[in-house]
Design a protein around this ligand. Sequence first.
Ligand code: ATP
Length: 440
Amino acid sequence: MESLDALVSLAKRRGFIYQGSEIYGGLAGTWDYGPLGVALKKNIENLWWKRFVSDREDMYGMDAAILMHPKVWESSGHVSGFSDPLVECEKCKRRFRADHIEDTEKCPECGGRLGEARQFNMMFKTSVGAMEDSASTVYLRPETAGGMFVNFKNVIDSFHPKLPFGLAQIGKAFRNEITPRDFIFRVRELEQMEIEYFVRPESWKEHFDFFLKEQHDFLADVGLSKEKLHIVDVPEADRAHYSKHSVDTEFDFPFGQKELLGLAYRTDFDLKSHSEGSGTELSYFDEETKERFVPHVIEPTFGLGRLMLAVLSDAYCEDELGGEKRVYLAFKPAVAPVKVAVFPLLKNKPELVAKAREVYGALKKEFGAVVFDDNGNIGKRYRRQDEIGTPWCVTIDFDTLGEGGDAVLNTVTVRDRDTGEQKRVAINELAAMFKVALSA
Ligand code: ATP
């Protein structure tokens, strides 16, 4: 797709994503997911959890607290180093990220002079308890990783996993971005799907390569076009302070090729720093070799919102069908928020409605994400489903009741979203047909 505007407006109109606090004028860098946005997000999360956690024997799921002891972020280096260079215009007072603008001396908005760049820490602060002083300051976590490192010992003590093993979690993180922008690409409240995978130091590269491939296999699970993905080695100067080797996967967003997700070799930086900071030894004892050492970490990290934006923009299509222009979202069926829509041809024919309700009930029980729609003519109903990316529409007509010219009792019309083609299918074959297509 060419520009983001059409997608932003579709996402709002159809209930995927709304501006955060919109009726109060919005709060920059925040977005609210509506019913279809939540459904899309959950489908992506579930595919991720299945591939990276439940289908494996070596992964342990986590859901750590967002508020953590402030020393966590001192040890991790975020208090001293999680910052971006900020410049402020002396005339209009607007602020910019110095590494995101071409001319660091001239304001891109008003042409005024920009001041000296200074480091701006991106962590949000709040305070715990009734007293607001420096002793009560805590941070909203800037990445989910911290919650996993501080639970490394707990999981070892409860489960005695053998190396290599990983901790995985999906959760919110907060970054006070200087300039949130590009819809849900750069936000202040984000969601991450992260893994900290603990390995023997000498085997880091093998696991790093494995996870790079897994990341791309997962992107195929959610249906992203391969040709829009780019693997980029991150040069040392751009790497996070904890990383010795990083590979980002970038995606062709409507506003250019930008980071979608990352993979980092965090070495033993975090376990060592948290051992020192907390005074609790975070190490691993190998029962076979009888050695104790600090494992190294491979971290595959995914921004859930960014991934949703990639999925939405990749799926956005405009074409002409039956002489009419239309917009549709060509989601892979596995991520589509609604899998099937069921229509009675006419809403004032009780026999049609009753049969359609029966088919709807059976499919809903099987697939959950099934809707019933009897509002407006069939063409309009198709357009509505196209816009939300429903792969199949099922229409119950007079043939279904055995009353058509060439009666084909108990068959329905199944219409394909992408081609608009329709075919007759027996009601008792519908579920099996959709099941096969959904697992493709
Ligand atoms: P960027 O360079 O775009 O600021 P980053 O390199 O700081 O991102 P990481 O710290 O590696 O990002 O975070 C892991 C993932 O979290 C990113 O690949 C991205 O998908 C997501 N992410 C990071 N910051 C944001 C944000 N402000 N809004 C949305 N997603 C984000």
